[in-house]
Design a protein around this ligand. Sequence first.
Ligand SMILES: [Zn+2]
Length: 137
Amino acid sequence: MRDKFNKFMQGRYGVDNLSRFTMGAALVLIILTMFVNIVNRSVGSVLDFLGIAAIVYAYFRIFSRDIQKRYEENQKYLAMTSKFRLRFNKEKNLMKQRKTHHIYNCPGCGQKIRIPKGKGKIEIDCPKCHTKFVKRS
Ligand SMILES: [Zn+2]
């Protein structure tokens, strides 16, 4: 069975970031369809169609033999989403840091400054403009 599948996939493009995203979007659309169908059937059928179209598109790309073209599509997708992914990772890091650090804005220049929690009252020296201010951490 596995051999057959491997033979079938030979020379085909396979899964990439874009097809993973398309599959995820399809799943969201299909789940959404179930809820929207309760309220509005015609909107539901549009979502249903989009969900199926997304699955078809994902499989079309996975099984495609035009590897160069699929690769370029994936690169385009990655370039388009890089800003978003960067911001998302930044927010995630900030959330993590908020557990162990206070984040203050410098009153002089607005620079964000991280102070570890639980140090009591401390004087902060802004590394950018050297404004000194006192905060409780
Ligand atoms: Zn400053």
